[in-house]
Design a protein around this ligand. Structure first.
Ligand code: NAD
Length: 348
């Protein structure tokens, strides 16, 4: 493995490795940037085909966290940890306790949270040995489920796009096509429905689509049809890479604004959207509400402060849209430039 080659490619940085023989823990903590504050980011616990794949995942994700936190105005850098899922039997409690000790060794330089494959219970175990854990149970002063905050931020981002692109100051009568009505997608649909928007949805899980139909009067379409719905806003809230060479030509929406991470299959797909005159709300700018909520937990959890900060995603998206027009540059590039400016100032 070309270890330092990978670090250079992702613009690093600092990476910590831990092998704990007694529990079988094999973990990596990637700290991409800490100029704005301690690195914050979740812990993944999944199967990896190789150690290199685990490292690259951590490097890529931690870098994304730097950008998300910086644009949301948080006093945090970007970090991420991965635990390589042991083969065969293992003691999950002992594993997460060992992981907690690993975090504690870094003395607050990295703060963890839930991510794919980890849950509240794992965070509770880690918390028994380190205080550098967020996303713990609300009964312990934790912030709980981040998805309603992510959805709130996405709704605010959609409002900003609708104001900028369609010159409308309300979502009443705006038609939104939502791909994926899971945790965030469902909460988003509720927000939009309450604001008077009409909804079309698609989900691989028919029960989830059916719930949106029953409770929120959403029209349900087939998975492939969601891209070509004649609507004002397309909101990708499922997996990554929804915006690609095959789907972008189908879009009839003038705005793309949703919760999913890594929506652009390739950066050049952001140029394609720009060329087609579609206003794209950069994913890490619009979906930061959950991170804002978790970051509030570090300061001492306050629900109202979380909401107030998440509401400001409106201003961020509006700022990006205005700069994009002024600079004649695609929004995803504008967002990156804004982050790089903030990091440069912090690094002085
Ligand atoms: P989730 O798993 O609860 O929901 C995803 C939904 O998408 C599921 O209902 C799933 O059935 C559906 N789906 C999967 N493939 C699909 C497809 N091809 N077409 C239509 N539907 C499909 O996940 P979530 O927590 O709601 O997160 C959604 C997205 O938002 C993810 O990309 C996630 O990384 C991102 N995100 C989530 C949060 C959060 O607070 N949960 C924060 C930031 C970003």
């Amino acid at each position: 493995m070309n270890l330092f080659g990978h670090l250079r490619a992702y613009d690093y940085g600092e990476v910590h490795f831990k092998l704990d023989k007694s529990t079988g823990l094999r973990a990596i903590i990637a700290i991409h940037d800490s100029r704005l504050g301690p690195a914050l980011g979740g812990c993944r616990f999944i199967d990896y085909e190789s150690d290199e794949a685990a490292l690259i995942d951590a490097l890529r994700l931690a870098r994304g966290m730097t950008y998300k936190a910086a644009l949301a105005g948080l006093a945090h850098g970007g970090g991420k940890s991965v635990i390589i899922r042991p083969k065969g039997h293992f003691d999950r409690v002992a594993l997460f306790r060992a992981f907690g000790n690993f975090i504690d060794d870094l003395r607050g330089h990295y703060i963890t949270a839930e991510d794919s494959g980890t849950g509240l219970e794992d965070m509770e175990v880690a918390r028994t040995v380190t205080k550098y854990v967020t996303g713990v149970d609300p009964s312990h002063g934790g912030s709980g489920d981040p998805s309603p905050y992510t959805a709130l931020g996405v709704r605010r981002g959609i409002e900003a796009c609708v104001s900028y692109k369609l010159h409308r100051d309300s979502l009443k009568g705006i038609h939104v096509a939502v791909q994926g009505v899971g945790h965030v997608g469902y909460h988003l649909c509720r927000e939009l429905h309450q604001a008077g928007a009409s909804l079309t949805v698609a989900d691989v899980d028919p029960l989830k689509a059916e719930r949106a139909h029953r409770e929120l009067s959403a029209k349900v379409v087939l998975l492939d049809e969601i891209f070509g719905v004649a609507c004002d806003v397309f909101a990708p809230c499922a997996l990554g890479s929804a915006l690609n060479d095959a789907t972008i030509p189908k879009l009839k929406a003038t705005i793309v604004a949703g919760a999913a991470n890594n929506q652009l299959a390739e950066p050049r797909n952001g140029d394609d959207l720009h060329a087609r005159g579609i206003l794209y709300a950069p994913d890490y700018a619009i979906n930061a509400g959950g991170l804002v909520n978790v970051a509030q937990e570090v300061l001492g959890y306050d629900e109202q402060k979380s909401r107030d900060k998440t509401m400001k995603i409106y201003d961020t998206i509006l700022d990006i849209a205005e700069r994009s027009t002024k600079l004649q540059a695609p929004t995803y590039r504008v967002a990156d430039i804004m982050v790089e400016e903030r990091l440069a100032v912090a690094g002085r």
